[in-house]
Design a protein around this ligand. Structure first.
Ligand SMILES: *[C@@H]1O[C@H](CO)[C@@H](O)[C@H](O)[C@H]1NC(C)=O
Ligand SMILES: *[C@@H]1O[C@H](CO)[C@@H](O)[C@H](O)[C@H]1NC(C)=O
Ligand SMILES: *[C@@H]1O[C@H](CO)[C@@H](O)[C@H](O)[C@H]1NC(C)=O
Ligand SMILES: [Mn+2]
Length: 609
């Protein structure tokens, strides 16, 4: 899945898109873990001293098995930066270029090769991770006011669930160690590891051994459950949830490190209200340097593709004037904690989700629509490693799209068309099999859930449906149907004709009111605007401008168009046409209308004029 780096500094920032973080935690309280045992664990020779040799052995083993998997899954040749073909290969090559810039001075050639290899394999700097102590300190990123907070003496117990697939063992061990070191021992009942059928050698016998070693010092604290086939992230979370026994579960990825005070804040909030599903605030573990990057507090939302995004902090929370107060949020990223029984009764995770993505939004809609709440707890902070690439699928857009349609069909009622539009899928006969949703529908019935319209109006007014899109998709000119209109990604306000492809820079949406949106459909009011096809009125080539700015500047963004006819500006009467430069590609021009006509791929719901 694409990874957007977060670059917003202030609370009221532009929408940021994140790889949905996927985490769950479980809490339980009857066991007591003495901190002195912890010291013993790290003195445990087997855990540290043998690491380099097994790692070496394992890397060779996994290198072989990885080659095999990749062949089966149709990957291109392994061993250089060609992890992905096309632009993804370019992206990975760029990442590798940066790999040694901030760390790793003085590595030998062989070590560099190893580091590169491990980075490609895992999507983060495993070579460095393997050198870092499992019990390393990380900065306390909480607001100072969180340190003054006191919690009830009696809190529910916690089961932490860590799910993984081909994660580096050192990363998993650092997650476990951080949980043991930073959770009050009387509250931590168990840590459940769920392996979604990893193929890496070091996650087999060595992980078994590691779990045994931990349990020698913390009897029965760790449980390891292995899927015997790949079942995807939602199922892995459910497997952990089913095995959990504590009052509260925290479901998380295994590439995390929890911070001080993370659990108390969660447990006391869920004790107050068992219908709240909470998310901690995430910091980022840099995939290259493993340094912690502090993230500001933000609400968690999504766009119409149902990709996780950070949203501005809600005014209602600011008005409370308490930086430690729980913040209502439309969604979670994936990492969550909840009352175990409540989460189970409300339907856990949707087991019909495949591979990755969508399950966080499905749960969020269900929780809100069926009587629960979602909140972000500012005093609970978890560092999460955003991987550079994910090792488990060639093209994550395929499961993401499939899962998004599944959410739309299960929960979004009359607004589901927006998801089809954002993914550029036809409204009928999409050809996507999103699986059987009858159990989700039955759940809706049983829990007497509210509508998505209620959710949009009450919980997520920022996300706007655009009901007046009359047609959408690739836009082609009659002169040459092999090229499509596209937005130049950078800086975003140029148009071009280029060979048709499937990426969203070629999405076009024509509105009943006459605008042409070009590029990804975002539809987040005020914070992420669409780009409009614009005639400046100065006899220049057409451009793309932010719609409201173009309108403010007195530029012309309204066009007449019917399928298979010309595109003519309502105000200036110029037509959008293409002209071939003698040497180069087609250029978009505004000129007196000729015979040129245009077509747009899909009909919207209301093509009826
Ligand atoms: C980590 O464990 C080692 C060995 O027990 C200890 O010496 C060190 O102080 C610990 N580091 C932190 C940050 O707790
Ligand atoms: C790990 O332990 C489980 C039982 O706890 C066992 O079934 C499995 O064979 C072990 N795997 C390896 C590779 O030793
Ligand atoms: C467009 O057509 C108008 C009237 O038909 C004509 O006066 C004008 O010169 C034409 N402009 C161009 C650029 O061809
Ligand atoms: Mn993650």
């Amino acid at each position: 899945m694409r990874l957007w780096r977060r670059n917003c500094s202030k609370a009221l920032c532009a929408v940021l898109t994140l790889v949905a973080a996927n985490i769950l935690l479980v809490f339980y309280s009857t066991r007591v873990i003495h901190s002195w045992v912890l010291g013993n664990l790290h003195k445990e020779g087997a855990l540290v001293a043998q690491r380099p040799s097994y790692l070496e052995r394992d890397v060779h083993r996994s290198r072989k098995s990885l080659k095999l998997t990749m062949k089966q899954e149709g990957h291109v040749e392994w061993g250089n930066a060609e992890f992905y073909p096309g632009w993804k290969g370019v992206k990975v090559r760029l990442a590798l270029k940066k790999l040694f810039q901030q760390w790793g001075k003085g590595l030998s050639e062989a070590q560099q090769e190893e580091a590169r290899y491990l980075f490609l394999e895992f999507g983060y700097n495993v070579f460095l991770s393997d050198q870092l102590p499992y019990n390393r300190s990380i900065p306390d990123t909480r607001h100072a006011r969180c340190l003054q907070k006191t919690y009830p003496a009696q809190l529910p117990t916690l089961s932490v669930i860590l799910i993984f697939m081909n994660e580096a063992l050192s990363v998993i061990q650092r997650a476990i160690t951080s949980i043991i070191n930073r959770t009050p021992p009387q509250l931590l009942k168990e840590i459940i590891l769920v392996d979604d059928f990893s193929s890496h050698g070091e996650l087999k016998a060595w992980l078994n051994k590691t779990v045994k070693l931990y349990n020698r010092n913390y009897p029965a604290l760790l449980k390891l459950i292995r899927h015997t086939k790949r079942r995807g992230l939602a199922q892995a979370r459910n497997t952990g949830l089913e095995a959990a026994t504590a009052d509260v579960v925290a479901i998380m990825d295994a590439h995390i490190e929890v911070n001080v005070g993370w659990a108390e804040s969660i447990l006391s909030r869920i004790q107050e209200d068992h219908t709240v599903v909470v998310s901690p605030v995430f910091d980022n573990i840099n995939f290259n340097t493993f340094e912690l990057e502090k993230y500001e507090l933000a609400a968690i939302g999504f766009d119409w593709k149902l990709w996780g995004q950070y949203d501005p902090i809600p005014q209602a929370w600011l008005d409370v004037g308490d930086v430690t107060a729980p913040m209502k949020s439309p969604s979670i990223m994936g990492i969550l904690a909840a009352n175990r029984i409540f989460l189970t009764e409300i339907g856990a995770l949707d087991g019909g989700m495949q591979v990755y993505g969508g399950e966080n939004v499905e749960l969020s809609l269900r929780v809100w629509q069926c009587g629960g709440k979602i909140e972000i707890l500012p005093c609970s902070r978890v560092a999460h490693l955003e991987r550079y690439h994910k090792p488990y699928a060639m093209d994550l857009e395929i499961p993401l799209r499939r899962n998004a349609l599944r959410v739309a069909e299960s929960w979004m009622d009359k607004h589901k068309y927006m998801v089809y539009l954002a993914w550029n899928m036809p409204l009928k006969n999409s050809g996507i099999d999103y699986g059987d949703i009858s159990s989700r529908k039955a759940l809706r019935e049983k829990l007497k859930c509210k509508t998505f319209d209620w959710y949009l109006k009450t919980i997520y007014p920022l996300l706007k449906p655009i009901p007046n899109i009359v047609c959408y998709g690739r836009m082609k000119n009659s002169l040459d149907e092999s090229v499509c209109l596209a937005r130049e990604p950078v800086p975003g306000n140029f148009l071009k004709m280029e060979p048709c492809h499937e990426f969203s820079v070629q999405n076009v949406y024509y509105l009943l009111s006459g605008e042409f949106y070009v590029g990804e459909l975002i539809a987040k009011e005020d914070i992420h605007e669409q780009y409009c096809l614009t005639d400046s009125g100065h006899g220049e080539d057409p451009t793309l401008e932010l719609c409201s700015e173009a309108a403010k500047r007195g530029q012309y963004i309204y066009w007449d168009f019917q399928q298979g006819q010309s595109i003519k500006n309502k105000d200036t009467a110029w037509c959008l046409e293409i002209r071939k430069d003698p040497s180069g590609p087609y250029r978009l021009v505004l000129e007196n209308c000729t015979e040129q006509t245009w077509t747009i791929q899909h009909m919207g719901r209301n093509w009826s004029r």
